[in-house]
Design a protein around this ligand. Structure first.
Ligand SMILES: *Cc1c(COP(=O)(O)O)cnc(C)c1O
Length: 413
């Protein structure tokens, strides 16, 4: 068997929706994007959702929107994909990294210690689709002492009057917090629709707005649509509808809009997501738990607790007591058997570029600990029963093999 790690979900409905777009002869931003945005409002229960061409674009756009720039700091977890910090660097600001908890989410206590007068935003990452501890994070940015410390530099920063809470929800579309969509927890939630995510548009993302008073989320939506299209006051679709050739450029916008040809894929998927695609992921996650729970090496990932339920984006298996080298060996053995796995994530301070900026892994001991024994297993709706059995058997066999080598080394030395 050869089992891919995370193939996109392409069924007849996806193909039909894409063909419909091709036949309509309108392939860039237009009705499909609008329809996807409206599905996203249904899913999140929010009032505004702006589709863009990636999570990264969305994050750069929103940090710019808030006026984050040189001299400012944004707190991010060390344990995430590089984009969470790169978006901050692209704005000329400094990512301040903090360690994570054992459930992979950002440690609110560590966030508190790193807040300074320069802090403008926190980006909390819902790793594997599990929402962060938003109640604690929300309380933190609203603490009177923290508010007093906040130094607004732009009109929007003055309006908010505190640190902006952004959710990196690249993994967590559909996740639940306190019985409601987790996207309602932060000021801004950004999804990714990259090819490996729960819902994909090949490349894409969406900014969901949940800004408090005095912000008008509808008004910000209108602004952000222009902001993502060069600040141009009449989009190409509207122009195509008549002899209305004249347009104006109102401000220095970005070019980050999502095309309809991409939106079509996500639109067909999102219609099946809550009732079919996400529950299928959950079933696989539960099956992994059942298969491994009898083994003392199994560290069960948190997918659900009293407050939270994940979107089952990843199954981040951790093996008790193995070293990073043994984990690497485990991956090699699984790949030999045709089980393609992954690691989420290599903490950013281990990557060359971040090292060159002075970030050091020694400052994030729990991130290293979680990384060293983590292996993400395949989890997606198309995974068959036979494949699932094959994976669980292979994992059990390979863990024993890797742990056996350890015993052998001990005996020989
Ligand atoms: C995939 C991912 C991103 C980046 O998403 P793009 O749409 O590729 O820009 C950001 N954060 C996390 C945690 C991710 O997994």
């Amino acid at each position: 068997m050869n089992i891919p790690f995370s193939p996109p979900f392409i069924d007849q409905a996806v193909i039909d929706e894409v063909l419909d777009t091709l036949r309509a002869n309108w392939i860039t931003t237009g009705p499909k994007v609008k329809a996807l945005e409206s599905e996203l409002l249904n899913l999140t229960g929010l009032k505004a959702a702006v589709c863009v061409n990636s999570w990264t674009s969305g994050a750069i756009m929103m940090l710019n929107w808030f006026g984050v720039g040189p001299g400012d700091e944004v707190i991010v977890p060390a344990y995430t994909y590089c984009a969470t910090a790169l978006c901050v660097l692209h704005c000329g600001a400094t990512p301040v990294m903090v360690d994570i908890l054992d459930d992979f989410t950002i440690d609110p206590e560590m966030v508190k210690r790193k807040i300074s007068a320069r802090t403008k935003a926190i980006i909390a990452v819902d790793i594997a689709g599990l929402p962060c501890h938003y109640e604690e994070l929300k309380a933190l940015v609203r603490e009177p002492v923290v508010r007093t410390q906040f130094v607004p530099k732009t009109a929007r920063q003055t309006s908010l009057g505190r640190i902006l809470l952004i959710s990196d929800a690249a993994h967590s579309i559909g996740a639940i917090y306190d019985g409601k969509p987790a996207a309602q927890q932060s000021d801004i939630t950004i999804f990714s629709f990259h090819a490996v995510k729960n819902i994909t548009t090949a490349e894409g993302g969406c900014i969901c707005l949940n800004l408090p008073e005095p912000f008008d989320n509808q008004e910000e939506y209108t602004f952000l649509k222009l902001f993502s299209m060069n600040g141009q006051n009449r989009d190409a679709f509207a122009k195509s509808k008549g002899a209305n050739w004249r347009y104006d450029i109102l401000f220095k916008g970005f070019k980050m809009n999502m095309p309809d040809i991409c939106a079509a894929i996500g639109l067909a998927q999102i219609k099946q997501y809550v009732n079919t695609l996400m529950p299928l992921r959950k079933i696989i996650s539960l099956r992994y738990g059942d298969a491994f729970k009898a083994h003392d090496w199994f560290i069960e990932p948190v997918m659900q607790d009293e407050k939270r339920e994940a979107s089952y984006h990843l199954f981040p298996l951790r093996i008790k007591g193995i070293t990073e080298a043994q984990r690497d060996q485990l991956i090699d053995e699984l790949v030999i058997r045709g089980v393609n796995v992954n690691v989420h994530f290599i903490p950013m301070p281990m990557l060359t570029y971040f090292k060159s900026l002075g970030y050091a892994m020694a400052n994030f001991p729990n991130s290293y600990k979680q990384f060293a024994n983590e292996v993400s297993l395949p989890i997606y709706p198309q995974l068959s029963d036979a494949e699932l059995h094959y994976i669980t058997d292979a994992v059990i066999e390979c863990v024993q093999l890797v742990k056996g080598t350890e015993t052998l080394v001990k005996v020989l030395s």
